[in-house]
Design a protein around this ligand. Sequence first.
Ligand code: NAD
Length: 322
Amino acid sequence: MKILITGGAGFLGSYLVSVLSKRNNDIIVFDNLSTGKEKNIEIFNSELIVDTIENYSALKSAMKNVDIVFHLAAVTSVVETEQYPQKAFDINTLGTYNVVKSAIENRVKKVIFFSSAAVYGDNQNVPLSEKSVANPKSIYGLTKLDGEFLIRNYAENSGLKYVIMRTFNAYGPRQRLDSQYSAAIPSFIISAANNRPITIYGDGNQTRDFIYAADVAECAVFFAENANAAGIYNLGSGSEISILDIAENIVRIASPDKQIPIKFDSPRPGDIYRSVADVSKLQELGFSKKNCLVDGLKKTIEYFMSRNIYRTGKTISNGRGL
Ligand SMILES: NC(=O)c1ccc[n+]([C@@H]2O[C@H](COP(=O)([O-])OP(=O)(O)OC[C@H]3O[C@@H](n4cnc5c(N)ncnc54)[C@H](O)[C@@H]3O)[C@@H](O)[C@H]2O)c1
């Protein structure tokens, strides 16, 4: 099959390229490399087009004869979308419009859109199901919801098949340290590896639903291949874990012989308290994740420590993917 992945050189995109390249697909990565890196995907067999999804004609010609589109390209930093809302609307909203329009014009069979749990905002009626009210609290969440509406409306009027993935907190090797989703994990690993205290903002009882990046990629491919997969799906582990538990797990795995103090600071404005996905719709479709939290944390800790990022906080990569 011929596949196009927008944002394929980024954190989650590179896992997707890895999964799809093992299945003999013809893969095109369409990425402007703003946060993605060519070295994330260079060991996999794919063609890289360096361009922006704001460029409709480039997208349209890249999608010629493409069967499936995975749409990941986005401004993914909440801070950046708050600082530069116009940029967020240009890329996340209008860029998604360009992706859908090009897909319809090229008779693409299915689009898998990487939306986000951020569309729910600070809804404390957990677990959050796909039927929970979407009430984004950030420009980022709003642009993701815009993307969902664009895809739903245009696809339903044209017959294009689509799946919208509302992913919760993905984590794993290659994650950027400034990721808003699970940056607690790499930053706790760096502190533990350096014997420095771990700082938690808030009382530590705030919860998140973490899902390992390879499982996110497997799930996206499952959606592409499963004829019954249609509409909106939450993607998380279905379990909530407190930030304090995450910190303690990381200390136990990364520095079992050391006493790493855990400190508490004031909560950050806008941080939500509880977040967990109701994944029953996904389970009914037949998908189950492979990596439990402890295994995922072990692989993530091994990755960050083996690349010796901890002294500077900057990745010293050996240029290889996973
Ligand atoms: N990481 C998570 O936990 C998580 C959770 C929910 C949803 N998502 C969504 O999954 C997708 C991938 O996220 P990620 O964590 O891998 O982030 P990322 O920043 O690593 O990946 C985004 C990719 O898009 C590319 N890109 C950005 N603007 C572009 C543009 N104008 N044209 C072409 N390419 C562009 C970047 O270079 C990068 O490769 C995003 O849409 C994000 O909103 C991620």
